[in-house]
Write a protein that binds this ligand. Structure first.
Ligand SMILES: NC(=O)c1ccc[n+]([C@@H]2O[C@H](COP(=O)([O-])OP(=O)(O)OC[C@H]3O[C@@H](n4cnc5c(N)ncnc54)[C@H](O)[C@@H]3O)[C@@H](O)[C@H]2O)c1
Ligand SMILES: [Zn+2]
Length: 390
């Protein structure tokens, strides 16, 4: 079997590393993609000055909304056509980075449609521009991944698209940019990162490169997320690096049905992505543990964390307990009912969520292949807070 491991060519890291972009040569026109919040935090102006100091002309697009919609993507791509950048720089959370990746496709291939991309995959990129990504949340790992999550708000759908060509060329891990995250955002995005690492460690495409990245990320995140949540600067820096390692792992190993369900629940009810994962993770781990390889891999994580337990089942229980305790420490709800999804909305949409989750591109790499009925039952348990028994 042939396999591939792809990450960005350059990763600049450490406090103040955004300045490294000032040393880039060979680029003339930089198009910056971000949302409305980042300019208020001051980083946009700093980035703009750095790119100008490297001899580039710049243009800024601040129209990205959370969970970027296809219409905003088309708007940004249109502005790129006018400006003709040879470098695209995304700064912001996963939404800004994903929006920039999607705009990049339409900039390089103006005639393509979203449906064609969903059906036939992403066409080759880099004829017109390269992509640099600077995450401002410690979370999605999008700065190193081949994934893009685009929403179609009109149809209440969220589509992950995966293609190695979408992996950015440059990632900048400047923890300064993520220091301003409010506590709740730090909790959501931190749990998203933990979920990436745990799902990657049990995914069907796990391999010798992705496993150590996942294990290290899990260890750091479980240890440092509580102090990072409490405002410890060093802990926040550790988390910022670990979420990137989780990204490197999952982009090459694949994810699982926590993400399949999270994409559809987020698309339908607007629940933040990281919160969806934080709630779903313990339920999905319990479901996956019926697969004899998955429970072995969960037990291995537990062993590496020196959690208590001799037998695989006890080790699994310890790991699930550690994930639940972490979520509780960061004051996150443990079921979707408590997260504020009204019961009538849940009842009206649950079948469609399960149906669409089965078709999600993260489902095939889950260690236990679910039926639509399984996904429906997992969602029901995660809505009411009932135990998984199947
Ligand atoms: N491409 C991937 O590999 C991948 C992986 C996981 C999730 N995602 C997607 O990423 C999106 C979620 O991204 P996210 O969780 O990073 O959130 P986000 O980008 O949607 O940002 C959430 C909010 O936080 C604000 N914000 C961002 N950084 C901040 C900072 N430093 N200080 C203060 N406020 C800040 C933003 O302006 C926004 O209002 C979802 O659409 C999800 O599906 C993508
Ligand atoms: Zn995620």
């Amino acid at each position: 079997m042939m396999s591939r491991f792809t990450i960005p060519r350059d990763i600049f890291y450490g406090t103040g590393s955004m300045k490294e972009l000032g040393k880039l040569t060979g680029y003339k026109r930089a198009f910056i993609v971000t949302d409305r919040v980042i300019p208020k935090l001051g980083f946009l102006f700093e980035l703009n000055d750095i790119l100008i100091s490297a001899g580039m002309e710049t243009k800024v697009y601040t129209g990205v909304e959370s969970d970027p919609d296809i219409t905003a993507v088309m708007e940004g791509a249109h502005l790129m056509q006018e400006f003709q950048p040879d470098l695209i720089v995304a700064i912001g959370g996963g939404s800004s980075i994903d929006a920039a990746k999607a705009m990049w496709i339409f900039y390089e291939h103006p005639a393509i449609t979203f449906d064609e991309i969903l059906k036939n995959g992403t066409p080759p990129l880099r004829k017109k521009a390269h992509l640099a990504a600077i995450p401002s949340t410690s979370g999605t790992g999008s700065e190193v991944t081949s994934f893009v999550v685009i929403s179609d708000h009109a149809n209440k759908m969220k589509y992950p698209i995966a293609d190695y060509d979408l992996t950015p060329d440059i990632a900048v891990l400047d923890a300064n940019v993520a220091m301003t995250m409010p506590k709740r955002l730090a909790a959501y995005t931190g749990m998203d990162a933990l979920c990436h690492a745990i799902e990657a460690y049990v995914a069907t495409n796990r391999n010798n490169f992705t496993n150590p990245l996942a294990i290290h990320a899990i260890t750091v995140l479980l240890g440092y997320l509580p102090p990072a949540y409490d405002g410890d600067v060093e802990a926040k820096q550790e988390v910022h690096i670990a979420q990137c390692m989780a990204g490197m792992s999952f982009t090459n190993a694949g994810l699982g049905i926590t993400h399949s369900l999270a994409h559809k629940i987020g698309g339908t009810f607007g629940t933040p992505h990281g919160l969806c994962n934080a709630i779903l993770m313990p339920y999905v781990m319990r479901y996956n543990a019926k697969d004899h390889m998955a429970i072995r891999h969960y037990a291995r994580i537990s062993d590496r964390l020196s959690l208590e337990g001799q037998r695989e089942m006890n080790m699994l229980n310890s790991l699930i307990r550690a994930v639940k305790d972490l979520a509780a420490y960061m004051e996150l709800p443990s079921c979707f009912k408590d997260a504020g999804i009204p019961e009538e909305d849940f009842l009206a949409n649950k079948a469609e969520v399960a149906h669409n989750a089965l078709l999600d591109s993260c489902t095939p790499t889950n260690p236990r292949q679910p039926t639509e009925e399984d996904l429906l039952r997992i969602f029901e348990c995660a809505y009411y807070g009932n135990p998984i028994t199947f």
